[in-house]
Design a protein around this ligand. Structure first.
Ligand code: FES
Length: 69
């Protein structure tokens, strides 16, 4: 089993630690630097999706997590 940790930042994106394969909706691999932590956008405002580019700091967005069932 892969050793991957995904951390939901309080006011930012998803920090992914560990080796993962990132693919788009068609299954095409999105290149990530091997061995590097990646940050995925969860605010929807990044100009470099799917990666976080820190735009979340300059726009208004709801950073509340969805409530569990
Ligand atoms: S979460 Fe950082 S730009 Fe969207």
């Amino acid at each position: 089993m892969a050793d991957v940790k995904i951390t939901i930042s309080k006011n930012g994106g998803y920090r992914v630690d560990g080796d993962v394969t990132l693919v788009d909706h068609e299954g095409n691999e999105v290149k990530v630097r091997e061995g590097q932590r990646i940050n995925l956008c969860r605010c929807g405002h990044s100009k470099n999706k799917p990666f976080c580019d820190a735009t979340h700091n300059t726009v208004k967005w709801d950073n509340e997590l969805a409530k569990r069932g």
